[in-house]
Ligand binder design. Structure first.
Ligand code: TYD
Ligand code: MG
Length: 459
């Protein structure tokens, strides 16, 4: 039998140590080591006495693992298009999905809505470890879902939940809200600790795989943006989806970061209202809704998220600094990339940002990661510095290189079509192999540029 030992586990990164220390040597966080008494072997499972009748099901899970190459795995679609797009077309049988996000961002709301929709077609269970059944029912009523056929349970014991899954009539879909409240009685440590979260998730995932149940785990994110209890959980599940948004903005973005059965570059867009989350099928309209075109320092970026075009406004403010070192602040974009674009504009375009604070913001609380946004960012910055507006009917896209060259990016036609659809008249894009557009994109005037100097000459 494995020897019982005591060890210290970092609650931030999950590293384990034989001695206590003030600082975790793995992730450099302070005061995160917590003593956990466990056996040195892997946590003892609960399922050793459970039935072995699930052989055919297990066969299907094997099939699912191979399926990425040929046939598509069987899926359970929620019918919420924004949700299904991110999961890759619905929940896979026996697969575990982790939904991470800040507390209060709307994870419980989203999953309650999704599971109520699933309950129309499937046997769906929502297990809350944070709220009583009555509280969940009240929330459902507020969301207009009082008549949904979902089954509700309030539980924190993994043993109870596994027992509910591990039956001949196992539910098709089960939501655990949240994994941090789940607790396994074979471990001494408190719920929410790394050991409990890891062992609880392992038991639940095992049971779900055995029975072909789709498992949705909610995980709270710590201030560092890591799913608490911790990265090991990300390795254990089949898909990791973040639910994000800026506090104060009603928009919420569902973003896949890992998916064994689907794409990871898709996003789902929702609007948080007093009656829950509303899907936003056309996010460009939403993100440009408050745009005023006649001011300097703004430019519209024609972006693509996964398979979907997304137009967003990039805003820049350039103001004389009152500090010794000018400030560079950025929201919704990469700070390193901003420094690079500024340096290129200075070195290759002849602009002077020294002595100026520079602020950059992606309007609407969206986070943009495409390098294709460089050109729109450069235009917003140059426009802010010169106090001269970018033409209001123009969209921009293109990557900027270190010698100031404007480089080709993918999905040109998709971007142009979306811009034409939303009434833009002109596109500023990289010179090169772009073909004449077909259909809607044909109405758009194209200004092709090869260098940032060409961009600065435009206005
Ligand atoms: P919740 O789903 O409980 O967040 P999480 O599970 O991620 O912690 O959402 C909580 C927030 O959402 C809370 O600030 C109130 C807001 N909210 C709405 O704006 N509209 C609604 O219909 C609901 C249910 C919540
Ligand atoms: Mg919640």
């Amino acid at each position: 039998m494995a020897k019982a030992t005591s060890h210290w586990v970092c609650q931030n990164c999950g590293s384990s140590f034989s001695k206590w220390a003030g600082q975790c040597t793995a992730c450099s966080e302070w005061n995160t080591l917590v003593e956990e008494a466990t056996v040195s072997a892997a946590p003892k499972g609960l399922g050793s006495t459970t039935s072995r009748s699930g052989n055919t099901r297990a066969g299907r899970i094997d099939f699912v693992d191979l399926a990425g190459t040929s046939d598509a795995p069987p899926r359970r679609a929620t019918g919420m298009a924004e949700f299904d797009r991110v999961t890759g077309g619905g929940l896979v049988e026996g697969a575990a999905v982790l939904i991470g996000g800040d507390p209060g961002i709307g994870k419980s709301t989203l999953l309650l809505q999704a599971v109520c929709k699933l309950a129309d077609k499937y046997d769906a269970v929502y297990v809350s470890g944070e709220e009583s059944v009555d509280q969940v029912r009240l929330r459902a009523a507020r969301l207009g879902l009082a008549t949904a056929k979902v089954k509700l349970a309030s539980a924190t014991s993994v043993r109870d939940v596994v027992a509910a899954i591990d039956r001949a009539d196992a539910p098709d879909v089960i939501v655990i809200d949240s994994i941090q409240t789940m607790w396994l009685d074979t471990l001494d440590s408190a719920p929410g600790t790394v050991a409990q979260v890891r062992a609880s998730a392992q038991e639940l995932i095992r049971a779900a795989k055995r029975r072909g149940t789709s498992l949705l785990l909610v995980g709270h994110v710590t201030k560092e943006g890591v799913i608490a209890g911790p990265r090991v959980l990300e390795h254990m599940v089949d898909a990791v989806i973040y639910f994000e948004g800026e506090r104060g903005h009603p928009f919420r973005i569902l973003r896949g970061v890992k998916n064994r059965f689907g794409p990871t570059d898709e996003i789902g867009v929702f609007d948080m209202t007093d009656r829950g989350l509303i899907e936003v099928p056309n996010p460009s309209e939403l993100f440009l809704a408050e745009r005023r075109g006649d001011v300097s320092g703004t430019a519209v970026f024609a972006g693509v998220e996964g398979t979907r075009p997304l137009l967003v406004e990039i805003q820049a403010l350039v103001a004389p600094t009152s500090y010794g070192t000018p400030r560079r602040a950025v929201v919704g974009w990469d700070g390193g990339r901003l420094s690079m674009v500024l340096a290129v504009l200075e070195a290759r375009g002849g602009l002077q940002f020294g002595g100026h604070d520079v602020y950059l913001n992606v309007a609407g609380g969206l986070r943009v990661s495409e390098p294709a946004a460089d050109l729109a960012v450069a235009a917003a910055l140059a426009s802010a510095l010169a106090q001269d507006p970018v033409p209001a009917d123009a969209v921009l896209f293109g990557e900027i290189g270190l010698v100031g060259e404007v480089r080709q990016v993918g999905q040109t036609e998709l971007r142009l079509k979306e811009a034409a659809k939303l009434g833009f008249g002109r596109a500023i894009l990289p010179a090169g192999r772009s073909r004449r557009g077909s259909g809607a994109a044909e109405t758009l005037a194209r200004t092709e540029i090869g260098h940032v100097r060409d961009l600065l000459a435009l206005f």
